[in-house]
Write a protein that binds this ligand. Structure first.
Ligand SMILES: Cc1cc2nc3c(=O)[nH]c(=O)nc-3n(C[C@H](O)[C@H](O)[C@H](O)COP(=O)(O)OP(=O)(O)OC[C@H]3O[C@@H](n4cnc5c(N)ncnc54)[C@H](O)[C@@H]3O)c2cc1C
Length: 429
């Protein structure tokens, strides 16, 4: 009898989880390794950052998702090396795990284009830690503004700069505008909601690149009606402590959020194979490496072109469909069946701009406003999460969203944050 094959999956995001699920019932051992013990629903991270949801609402332990299965092991660890010749991956602690099939789904990270200092001043939104950092800055800023009676001195604390006009930047700017216009601001007595300034800064001539022009324009108009100033053709030239600089000038604020470029996981360079400009690995039609058909790369880490030659976007449905595909491919191959080629079924793109406001392009049909927002809600909550607790999350999220009640407004770790904001204590009541 042949040896049982071992499939190693790196990453418990949308891609990695889909592979593991699809392999259920296959005659293989599976090891899924992730540096976190949870799967993160990144599309709703901005709602944690803006105090609408708590971390537990959008993160689920990987073990809970996959459950107990014969031959399946989930490991908490960071993969730091890949030895293709000797067929093993290496963890940070030195442990070596051998594989017959390797599926890499380590996702992406924010790209600060070589400006190593910028992440300290302008966190991106990629992890629970990032979202909590942004949330804490926003809440601490409001507390600081409450203590300053000179409007000029409190201006930086009521200013928000979101860099990057993609879906994340648009969602983030819209959510901050909701906060500024409604609920949270009512709790403060010193300043008025009209003092809030929100900037969405984009280097390109338009926001929502990749969406139809008409929808991008609708989203921009909606944002502007909500009080967001959309600065197009405005590349950021520098980010420092509590300030962001463009060719036109500098904005002072501790609330700078990075939602610009992404780069694939640095782990991929260990493969020593072809990568695109963003570091994504160029894969073949069956998502394996051109020189190693037992190593697959999927999701945000992979460069795979559609039939028109355009790279597939870094979106959850792409990662999930690729994960399903590879899981099925391995299952079939173990039974001696031939490989098929991957093709992506585009079910549409959408982005929310604010409460009851969104834009959507579903197979060429364009929607905006309430209907698009309802579609966005259904797809995000029911289709993307797809886990047992989705109903609970849905109810909680709708409650916070519809009642304007930003429930999660705790500032923790106050001691260490106290020193960090701009030294604006000069003028107090
Ligand atoms: C703020 C934000 C909003 C988004 N909104 C949307 C949206 O509305 N709709 C949409 O479709 N997509 C959205 N996306 C994109 C979507 O989340 C990604 O396309 C999707 O998560 C990619 O799945 P993946 O499996 O490739 O990677 P991920 O889901 O990022 O998973 C990668 C996993 O690998 C683990 N990992 C990484 N490196 C290592 C290592 N060295 N060792 C061990 N583990 C490792 C990570 O911990 C992580 O769990 C958004 C992304 C962000 C950041």
């Amino acid at each position: 009898m042949a040896d049982r094959k071992h499939v190693v999956i790196v990453g418990g995001g949308f891609g990695g989880i889909s592979v593991a699920k699809k392999l259920k019932g296959a005659d293989v051992d599976i090891t899924l390794i992730d540096r976190n013990n949870h799967h993160l629903f990144q599309p709703l991270l901005y709602q944690v950052a803006t105090a609408a949801l708590s971390p537990g609402d959008i993160a689920t332990p990987i073990r809970a998702i996959l459950g107990q299965r014969k031959g399946l092991q989930v490991l908490l660890g960071t993969v730091t090396g890949i030895n293709r010749d000797q067929r093993f991956v290496e963890l940070k602690k030195g442990q070596k795990i051998s594989f017959d099939y390797l599926v890499l789904a380590p996702g992406a990270k924010y790209n600060y284009f070589g400006n190593d200092d910028w992440p300290n001043h302008a966190p991106g939104l990629k992890s629970i830690g990032d979202a909590l950092q942004v949330r804490e800055r926003i809440l601490l800023s409001l507390e600081e503004a409450e203590q300053l009676k000179d409007p000029k001195l409190r201006e930086p604390y009521l200013t928000y700069v979101v860099i990057g006009g993609g879906p994340t930047g648009v969602e983030m700017a819209g959510a901050i505008a909701e906060i500024a216009k409604r609920n949270m601001m009512r709790d403060y007595s010193t300043f008025s909601r009209n003092e809030t300034r929100i900037f969405l800064v984009e280097a390109a001539p338009r926001i929502l690149n990749g969406y139809p022009e008409s929808l991008a324009e609708k989203a921009r108009n909606t944002l502007e009606k909500m009080g967001v100033r959309v600065l197009l053709n405005t590349p950021v030239t520098d980010i420092g402590e509590n300030k962001v600089t463009f060719s036109e000038g500098t904005i002072q604020t501790p609330n700078i959020i990075w939602a610009a470029g992404v780069a694939a996981s640095p782990l991929l360079s260990a493969l020593n194979t072809e990568q695109d400009r963003s570091g994504r690995v160029v894969v073949t039609d069956d998502l394996s490496l051109s020189d190693d058909d037992h190593i697959f790369v999927i999701g945000d880490a992979a460069h795979k072109e559609d039939s028109d030659g355009n790279p597939l976007p870094a979106l959850a449905p792409v990662a999930m469909q690729q994960g399903d595909f590879v899981g099925k491919l391995i299952k079939r191959e173990l039974k001696g069946k031939e490989r098929k080629t991957f093709s992506f079924t585009d079910k549409g793109t959408m982005a929310t701009v604010g409460r009851a406001k969104a834009v959507a392009d579903i197979r060429g049909f364009k929607f905006s406003g309430l209907f698009a927002w309802l579609l966005w809600s259904i797809v995000h909550i029911f289709f993307l999460i797809g886990f047992r607790n989705r109903f609970r999350v849905f109810v909680e999220w709708m409650w916070h969203y519809l009642t304007f009640n930003r429930g999660v407004r705790l500032i923790t770790d106050r001691q260490s944050n106290e020193e960090e904001l701009i030294g604006g204590q000069e003028e107090k009541h």
